[in-house]
Design a protein around this ligand. Structure first.
Ligand code: GLN
Length: 200
């Protein structure tokens, strides 16, 4: 069923932008690459992709997008961050570089490259709490949630890593430590679309 046309952006400064656009397409929603302030202003929801959070942080500042994006997030724009995107949505980080900033929005602390110290990448079956079914999750030098405000809803934990929190929702913001965009998974993006439709 197609609802009213929704404009969902994918922050296109660095990272796996095409993969996110493909998932949005699979969900029946047209995605738009966002590199400039006017493009940001034209979308109703945004995906912040996986990639390298320090690079995305620097490019956000170089492109003059850091403050406008922070403002949009504060104003309640629905957003999904995966991996590096999760780091960017966290209010605070552990093991960031000395000058690394985050956009923030979710009252949690994430540890950068948390799984990376054990293995660079791994896969796991996790329970996706919104529907209680299994989800195949791919982690690539992924963060995990080290601490979170009780108001943050846990969407998934990784039982292979001491039940670490790997997916959360806080209001209109969703973040995953893993990469749903790499495995043909659509449920995470569908959640963002559902939140965005409810908001418009
Ligand atoms: N380790 C990366 C970072 O710090 C995230 C990796 C990823 O997005 N796959 O941004």
């Amino acid at each position: 069923m197609s609802g009213p046309r929704l404009r969902v952006g994918v922050l296109a400064l660095q990272g796996d932008v095409r993969e996110h656009l493909a998932v949005l397409d699979a969900c029946g929603v047209e995605g738009f690459g966002v590199r400039r302030e006017r493009e940001l202003a034209s979308v109703e929801a945004l995906v912040i992709p996986g990639g390298e959070s320090t690079t995305i942080d620097k490019l956000l500042r170089a492109f003059g997008l850091f403050e406008p994006l922070r403002e949009r997030l504060r104003a309640g724009m629905p957003a999904l961050g995966t991996c590096a995107g999760m780091i960017l949505l966290a209010d605070s980080i552990v093991d960031g570089t000395s000058d690394q900033q985050t956009l923030g929005g979710i009252p949690m602390t994430v540890r950068r490259n948390a799984f990376g110290r054990q293995v660079d990448s791994s896969e796991a079956e996790i329970v996706w709490r919104p529907d209680g079914t299994l989800m195949h999750a791919t982690f690539i030098r992924a963060p995990w949630v080290e601490a979170l405000d009780p108001a943050v809803e846990v969407l998934a934990q990784d039982d292979h890593h001491e039940g670490r929190v790997v997916a959360v929702r806080y209001g209109a913001l969703v973040a995953t430590a893993f990469h749903p965009e790499l495995t043909g998974e659509t449920r995470v993006h569908r959640l963002l679309i559902e939140i965005a439709r409810a908001a418009t």
